[in-house]
Write a protein that binds this ligand. Structure first.
Ligand code: PLP
Ligand code: ZN
Length: 418
C-alpha cells in the first residue's frame, strides 16, 4: 500500500485513485455526498460514521443517502466520464469519505457489448450484454465487496465474515487481503471449487458447510457474535449495494444518459437489481437523465430455487423460504433474500416480471451465447438468455426494444463443477 512514492498512472490501485483525486480536488467537488443511512422499512435514520448492520427496530435493510441537491450543483456528469476508468470514478455517490480508504482491485466499467449475431437469431435488433466477467475475481461481486470492505476499513473494522454461495466469498477474500483484514468465509460444501481455492489462496479461512447459504448464514451469524467479526452478508450491511448500484450509473452513461427498455437480471440476493433501481432514482434526482423512462426489470431465477418468481406470481410483497434449493447456477441458490420485499417492490414499480428457467435451458443458452458471440458466461449470466427466449415467445419483449442482459460472472469459474 505505497501511498508515498512510485505513482504509476497506468495501473489501478490506491496510487491511481490518488492521482484521480488530485484532479478532482481541482474541480472542487466533495469526495462523497454521503449523508446518512436509512431503514428501508421504518424510515429511521442512522449515522454513516458508526458501524451499523440492519435496522435493529424492524430488521429491514439500511439504505445509503446522499445530498443529491448539493451534488446536482457541483458534480458534472461529463467530467466523470473523462476520469480514469473504474467504479471509484463515481466516488461522489459511493459511501467512503477519505480516498485512502478506497480498496480497489480495478473493478467496474465492465463492457457493454451489442450482440448482433445472437440478437439477429432471436429477432432482437438491440440486444446487449453487460459483461461483468471482467471484474476482479471474475464476477460482479467485486463491486459490492470493494465498496463494503472500503467502508468497513474506514469504520475501523479489522475482521470480516461472510456466508456465501461462492463468488461473494472469493471477492471478499481478495479485498480483505488488499485491505489487510482478516477474512472468514462460510460456504456450502458443494460450492464450485474455484470459489474455495480463490478464497484460500488470498489468505481467507474457509469453512465448508453441509447445507445451503441459509445454513452458512446461520453459522456465520453465531460466529460473528461470539468473536466480534463484522458480517458482510447481502443486505445485512448497507454498503455492498452501493458498489453494485454503479452498474446503473454505467448503463445510463453508455446509453447517452437514457436507459434501456428492459434489464434482465439473474437474481439471488438481489443487490444488483435493487441497487440499479436506486441508481436510476439518484440519476433522476441529479437531473442527469435525458428522459424519465425507466427500464422494466426482469428477475431471472432457476426452477430449482425461484422464491422471487413464486412470490411475483402470487402478487406477494415478501418471498416464502424456498425448500430444497438446487441449481447449477450457484449464485442463484438463495432460498430467501434478506431484501425480498425490495426486490419485489422494484419489479412491480418498473412493470417488470420474474421468470424461472431450468438448468438444462441454462446450459443450452450458455453454449448459444458462447458460439454466437464468443462470451463464456457463468450459468447465472446464461440464465438471462434463457429467460429472454421465453419472454420473446410470450411477446413480452418486442423486436425493437433495447434489452440488456447481465452476464454476472465468468464461466471459467464453474468448469470443475460438471
Ligand atoms: C451472486 C451472484 C448473482 C446474484 O446476484 P445478487 O445481486 O445477489 O442477486 C448472480 N450471478 C453471479 C455470478 C453471482 O455470483
Ligand atoms: Zn426499521
Amino acid at each position: 500500500m505505497g501511498a508515498g512514492g512510485g505513482i504509476c498512472p497506468l495501473s489501478y490501485g490506491t496510487e491511481t485513485i490518488n492521482v484521480a483525486m488530485l484532479k478532482q480536488n481541482e474541480s472542487k467537488t466533495a469526495v462523497t455526498y454521503l449523508t446518512d443511512i436509512q431503514c428501508s422499512g421504518c424510515g429511521k435514520t442512522y449515522s454513516a460514521n458508526e458501524i451499523h448492520t440492519f435496522c435493529p427496530d424492524c430488521q429491514s435493510p439500511l439504505l445509503v443517502n446522499y445530498d443529491l441537491n448539493a451534488a446536482r450543483k457541483h458534480v458534472d456528469r461529463d467530467e466523470i466520464s473523462r476520469r480514469l476508468k473504474g467504479m471509484w470514478r463515481w466516488h461522489e455517490f459511493l459511501p467512503v469519505r477519505e480516498t485512502k480508504n478506497m480498496v480497489t482491485l480495478g473493478e467496474g466499467d465492465a463492457a457493454i457489448l451489442h450482440l448482433p449475431q445472437l440478437g439477429g437469431a432471436l429477432g432482437l435488433n438491440n440486444l446487449f450484454v453487460k459483461d461483468e466477467s471482467s471484474n476482479p475475481t471474475g464476477s460482479f461481486k467485486a463491486r459490492g465487496l470493494s465498496s463494503a470492505v472500503s467502508k468497513a476499513k474506514e469504520l475501523g473494522i479489522k475482521k470480516i465474515i461472510i456466508p456465501t454461495a461462492g463468488n461473494a466469498g472469493g471477492a471478499m477474500a481478495a479485498y480483505a487481503a488488499r485491505a489487510n483484514m482478516e477474512a472468514l468465509i462460510y460456504m456450502p460444501k458443494d460450492t464450485p471449487n474455484a470459489n474455495i481455492e480463490e478464497s484460500r489462496i488470498v489468505g481467507a479461512k474457509v469453512i465448508l458447510v453441509d447445507g445451503l447459504i441459509s445454513d452458512a448464514a446461520g453459522m456465520a451469524g453465531v460466529k460473528a457474535l461470539e468473536e466480534g467479526w463484522f458480517d458482510l452478508s447481502t443486505f445485512k450491511e448497507p454498503y455492498r449495494m452501493e458498489g453494485k448500484k454503479i452498474m446503473g450509473y454505467e448503463l445510463a452513461e453508455s446509453f447517452n444518459w437514457t436507459l434501456p427498455d428492459v434489464i434482465i437480471y439473474p437474481t439471488g440476493g438481489g443487490t444488483g437489481l435493487v441497487g440499479m433501481w436506486k441508481a436510476f432514482e439518484e440519476l433522476e434526482s441529479l437531473g442527469w437523465l435525458e428522459n424519465t423512462k425507466r427500464p422494466r426489470m426482469v428477475s431471472v431465477q432457476a426452477e430449482g430455487c425461484a422464491p422471487v418468481v413464486r412470490a411475483f406470481e402470487k402478487h406477494a410483497t415478501f418471498c416464502d423460504f424456498w425448500i430444497n434449493a438446487q441449481t447449477l447456477a450457484s449464485g442463484l441458490r438463495v432460498p430467501k433474500s434478506f431484501a425480498d420485499n425490495l426486490i419485489l417492490e422494484n419489479i412491480y414499480e418498473s412493470k417488470g416480471t420474474a421468470i424461472a428457467v431450468s438448468d438444462a435451458e441454462i446450459t443450452e443458452s450458455q453454449k448459444e451465447l458462447a458460439r454466437a458471440e464468443g462470451i463464456f458466461a457463468a450459468p447465472e449470466g446464461a440464465a438471462t438468455l434463457a429467460a429472454i427466449k421465453k419472454l420473446i415467445a410470450q411477446k413480452w419483449i418486442h423486436p425493437d426494444e433495447s434489452v440488456v442482459m447481465f452476464n454476472t460472472g465468468s464461466g471459467l469459474k464453474y468448469l470443475d463443477q460438471k
